[in-house]
Design a protein around this ligand. Structure first.
Ligand SMILES: Nc1ncnc2c1ncn2[C@@H]1O[C@H](COP(=O)(O)OP(=O)(O)O)[C@@H](O)[C@H]1O
Ligand SMILES: [Mg+2]
Length: 297
């Protein structure tokens, strides 16, 4: 079931959920293409269809209409048996609510997908140890999920998701509940998985600064892609450098105001001069602050 489309390609995906007489259109004709080796971010408001999209790409949810190809495999027309194989061998999936078994240790959680793939015991042991080492958890093998921090649990989930060496990694808000610092550690590991191990990574995220670290950003609204943005386009670069310039200026102005206040306190300035200079500086400060707001910060 090979195909000659893009590495990951979704065409006109529609997903309708029916709950009794209520219909929810989670996806309304969503199309996207991702090339091999890319790391892309998928952003959008809560309820916009991000999780539904990942679940369709990963062969968990069947689309109501449309076509899906992932790593050359036709997901749309795959049989249930083929979908199981797809999920075991082609796709690593990190769920929003993680998919760790609470009664198993970190070691056993990472081993589980390899047991399903019937990897022999010796190779399993070597691989589990390698994987937990890669995500910096060599010292946490015997810990169960509730004995690990949020960031550590997330790293176990990454190790388990790449255990069977999938071609594609689907990550649903991998930094969702984590503080910024822990979140960026997780993203560093995902970058490593992308760059060093050559996996194509699709990551749903709420965090714009994490999205900007990806090759491209897909924005979803109401079940459709409304924009695809390359973070490195000139526009974006200009906006970013302008933000840096304005921020720098604000720091300088703040320092000038502090110096001025010191001089006034020390009595080396007459009140009129002080008031005039200070007003000029605070005016400048609010102009730059307004500009920062206009730039979206
Ligand atoms: N299994 C389901 N049954 C019914 N409605 C669902 C189901 N899964 C998702 N939805 C609905 O589909 C829409 C998109 O959900 P989801 O893909 O989870 O959004 P996101 O991940 O962007 O927050 C929401 O309105 C949600 O309530
Ligand atoms: Mg979601």
């Amino acid at each position: 079931m090979m195909s000659n489309k893009a590495y990951i390609q979704a065409d006109d995906l529609v997903k309708v959920f029916r709950l009794g007489s209520v219909e929810v259109q989670a996806l309304r004709g969503l199309s996207m293409q991702v090339e091999k080796g890319e790391m892309v971010a998928i952003v959008g408001a809560s309820g916009s269809g991000k999780t539904t999209l990942l679940n369709i790409l990963g062969g968990i949810t069947k689309a109501t209409a449309g076509n899906t190809v992932i790593a050359g495999y036709d997901v749309t027309n795959a049989s249930p048996v083929q979908l199981v194989a797809l999920r075991r061998e082609i796709v690593g999936h990190i769920f929003q609510e993680l998919n760790l078994i609470p009664t198993l240790t970190a070691y056993e959680n990472v081993e589980l997908p390899m047991l399903a793939a019937k990897v022999d015991g010796k190779s399993r042991k070597a691989r589990v140890e390698e994987l937990l080492g890669i995500v910096g958890l060599a010292g946490r093998m015997k810990h169960k999920p509730d004995e690990l921090s949020g960031g550590e649990r997330q790293r176990v989930a990454i190790a388990a998701a790449i255990a069977n060496d999938p071609k594609v990694l689907l990550c649903d808000e991998p930094t969702g509940d984590l503080d910024t610092e822990t979140g960026s550690v997780i993203v560093e590991y995902l970058h490593k998985v992308n760059k060093e191990f050559g996996k194509t990574v699709l990551m749903v995220t709420h965090d714009p600064s994490i999205a900007r670290q990806c090759d491209r950003i897909y924005r979803i609204r109401d079940g459709q892609i409304i924009s695809v943005q390359a973070p490195t386009t000139d526009d974006q670069m200009e906006a970013t450098s302008r933000v840096d310039v304005v921020r720098e200026r604000l720091v300088e102005i703040k320092a000038e105001i502090d110096r001025l206040d010191e001089q006034a306190k020390a009595g080396t300035l007459d009140l009129g001069t002080f008031a005039g200079r200070r007003t000029a500086l605070t005016d400048k400060q609010s102009l730059f602050e307004e500009e920062l707001h206009r730039l979206g910060l």
